[in-house]
Design a protein around this ligand. Structure first.
Ligand code: BGC
Length: 730
């Protein structure tokens, strides 16, 4: 069912004081709602005193596929959830069956890695506000995103849903996303807490890592989600961490998340992540979701059999479990409901609006990364009378696949559509598939020959290939960039290497466009290709954005949010640690050396560096000054567009600790700003860094330490293209 407002069936039964509270300012900004906290707590106290034990227990586990238990007698609604993270998912029945014949298509935003590649905080917020608005319209209380697991291995099937390998960029983009969602009056859900960095045996695998890696790499995104984003809910991951399931981990949930970070919202389990009653009751998990799935598979749809279901009532009644543990969970769920005004009239939201499509388009515009260009791009529209487009990804739609992030897109402009939209009658566009997406996977000599024949004499040739989410939209067809699966290697599937080599031999000017959530091994043809473009999965407007970039109506400004290694073995997760496929015990011996922290410290040349992305113009960096006053280091410089077209540059500020007791990475990102400049225009940029930017986590002392001494500030266009350096002493 589609609601344009919440389901207020219970509203009439709410006690008057709460009604007054809830209706006070339905559209108030989040900050104001937070200020109302004492009133919320009083309202919660009152409800708590009226709830029976059975009702409380009913609230702490699912009541259907995507709802928590409500208490009709007291007007407590169910919390209605939806994936997430890059669009509101299609409607499920309460029983997991896809609803048919309902109006549930939605805005399909570019995926997480694409959002991060914009390096534009405002777009993080805009992304979240589209989701929040559409969630409201569709009657959802919680959007199950953002996904902010660190991109550690190129093989992780869910990397496309996540953002980056870097904890600072992760935090910055996450905070905007969360505020965007929650300012619409819908709860975001930061997931998956924590260290779910591979899909391999995700419900069994145990992750070990030192505290330094935990605090410096894997936690900052979640900390920022809580402390800066004010996220209302967090999802506990499937995997074990130091021997305990994340959903049972008192250390992670009570110790770090709730006590240390001060998180006072609700912790939701990943679907079927709770495995044991006593462990879940004792740990900080507040809502058990999805445990019915295995039961449903066996034909038993009895929701009372949740681990945090009827057994808990018995255990409280016989004195084994203190009811205070259950009360604490219920309070957090009620707090979340008050924060989103679930008891009152809510913003109706909006759905599939031109404005939402415009935002999807702008994110795609700024996400696409120009990896390599020897001057081939942009193509000249008026000089291109014939264009050959090759590759199955030129016509493939990706929205509906990938796992829980699947979106039934309102529409999806493919690369071929986008090119045809742009070129209209002016250019004759031909298309050849070149390869087939099939499980058997190899190259096809006939398809290659047909594609070669097309690109040979074409005025311009564009290849669009890369990864896919799966062979169809069905879960058991997931592959490559998809949930519950990982890639077997970084090798392009379906014989694409052979095809690309043949295309480049026939027409060396063929532009190579790659779709997907992350890097591929390009060794066979990277040197021969003149232009390479990374397009991610760029959402419903992606084809239009790509066409405008290829033909120069738009200047690319995306930057890689992750290192593209030359080959898999260069990736620190695979070089310094035994990662996935081999063992259910995963020891992150790569420690803090994730992504460019490894490549730059160990001097391993990547295919394309973290932060890399070319433009059709050039930028000058001048007049760097670095000064320290009290506890603040001020970095200032001028950036100038030195070329002939307008463009945007992501100015990246890295910090290097010149001397330290503990080993530190060669550089770490601590600030950035995206600036849009007309040709010839300059802008002065100022960054202020506080002591956090210079500290490391000392796992001997269990605290952050700022070691006095000299630090170097490195400012550049990527982690490997440093343009200005300055030093100061702390
Ligand atoms: C995924 C979550 C998702 C949930 C609900 C799980 O399998 O790991 O990310 O939110 O399903 O669909």
């Amino acid at each position: 069912m589609i609601h344009s407002l919440r389901n207020y069936a219970f509203l009439g039964m709410i006690a008057l004081p709460f009604l007054f509270l809830a209706c006070e300012a339905p559209a108030a900004p989040v900050e104001e709602e937070t200020e109302k906290a004492p009133d919320i707590e009083a309202a919660i106290d009152s409800l708590m005193s009226q709830l029976t034990l059975e009702e409380k227990v009913h609230m702490i586990h699912a009541s259907s596929a995507f709802t928590s238990g409500g208490v009709e007698r007291l007007g407590i609604p169910e919390l209605i959830m939806s994936d997430g993270p890059h669009g509101v998912r299609h409607e499920h029945g309460r029983d997991w069956v896809k609803d048919e014949g309902v109006r549930d298509s939605s805005t399909y935003l570019p995926v997480g890695t694409a959002l991060a590649a914009t390096w534009n905080r405002d777009l993080g917020y805009a992304f979240g506000s589209v989701l929040g608005s559409e969630a409201n319209y569709r009657g959802k209380d919680v959007i199950l995103g953002p996904g902010l697991n660190i991109i550690r291995s190129p093989l992780n099937g869910r990397n496309f849903e996540y953002l980056t390998e870097d904890p600072y960029l992760n935090a910055e983009m996450t905070v905007g996303y969360i505020k965007g969602v929650q300012d619409q009056g819908v709860a975001a859900c930061a997931k998956h807490f924590v260290a779910n960095n591979l899909e391999y045996e995700r419900e069994q695998v145990n992750v070990e890592m030192g505290d330094r890696a935990l605090y410096e790499i894997y936690l900052p995104g979640f900390k920022a989600a809580v402390q800066e984003g004010g996220v209302y809910t967090v999802m506990a991951a499937y995997n074990k961490f130091r021997g305990d399931y994340c959903a049972h981990s008192e250390y992670l949930l009570d110790g770090i998340l709730k006590t240390e970070f001060g998180f006072d919202g609700a912790v939701i389990s990943d679907w079927n992540a709770v495995k044991n009653t006593m462990e879940a009751v004792n740990a900080g998990i507040d809502l058990e979701m999805g445990s019915d799935l295995p039961m449903l598979a066996m034909g038993d749809p009895d929701y009372s059999k949740f681990h945090m279901g009827d057994t808990v009532v018995t255990l409280v009644n016989n004195g084994t479990v203190d009811v205070a543990l259950i009360d604490a969970k219920v309070r957090r769920l009620l707090r979340t409901m008050y924060r989103i005004n679930a008891f009152g009239e809510r913003d109706p939201g909006a759905y599939n609006t031109p404005e939402h499509q415009r935002i999807a388009r702008q994110i795609a515009d700024e996400a696409i990364v120009l990896l390599k260009n020897d001057g081939m791009l942009p193509l000249d529209q008026s000089a291109t009378k014939t264009l050959a487009v090759v590759g199955a990804n030129a016509t493939r739609k990706h929205a509906g696949a990938g796992g829980s992030s699947q979106v039934k897109a309102f529409y999806e402009v493919t690369p071929l559509d986008g090119l045809q939209n742009l070129l209209g009658e002016s250019t004759a566009v031909s298309y050849a598939e070149g390869y087939t997406v099939s499980r058997e996977g190899g190259s096809d000599a006939d398809l290659i020959a047909a594609a070669v024949a097309q690109v040979k004499d074409a005025g311009a040739a564009i290849y669009v290939g890369g990864w896919i989410h799966g062979f169809s939209d069905e879960w058991n067809d997931n592959a490559y960039d998809a949930e519950a699966t990982d890639k077997a290697s970084m090798e392009l599937p379906f014989g694409q290497n052979e095809l690309i080599e043949a295309l480049l031999a026939a027409n060396p000017n063929t532009v190579i466009v790659l779709m997907g959530g992350g890097p591929i091994d390009m060794r066979k043809w990277q040197g021969k290709a003149k232009s390479i473009v990374q397009a991610w999965y760029p959402g419903m407007e992606g084809g239009n954005a790509l066409a405008d970039i290829l033909f120069g109506n738009l200047n690319p400004s995306g930057k890689l949010p992750m290192t593209f290694p030359v080959k898999l073995e260069d990736s620190p997760a695979h070089k310094l640690a035994v990662t996935g496929f081999e063992s259910l015990e995963q020891d992150y011996t790569d420690g803090i050396f994730v992504g460019y922290r490894y490549f730059d410290s160990y001097e391993v040349e990547p295919a394309f560096a973290f932060g890399h992305g070319l433009s059709y113009t050039s930028f000058g960096y001048d007049n760097l000054t670095v000064s320290k006053e009290n506890g603040t280091v001020t970095v200032s410089l001028d950036v100038t567009n030195t070329g002939d077209v307008k463009g945007a540059e992501v100015v990246q500020v890295y910090v290097k600790d010149d001397e330290s007791n503990l080993e530190r990475p060669a550089k770490e990102l601590k600030a950035f700003q995206k600036v849009k400049l007309e040709p010839g225009a300059s802008q002065n940029l100022t960054f202020e860094l506080d002591e956090d930017a210079f500290s490391y986590y000392d796992d001997k002392q269990n605290k952050w330490v700022l070691e006095p001494g000299t630090f170097t500030i490195l400012v550049g266009s990527s982690s490997r293209d440093i343009r200005q350096e300055g030093q100061f002493t702390w």
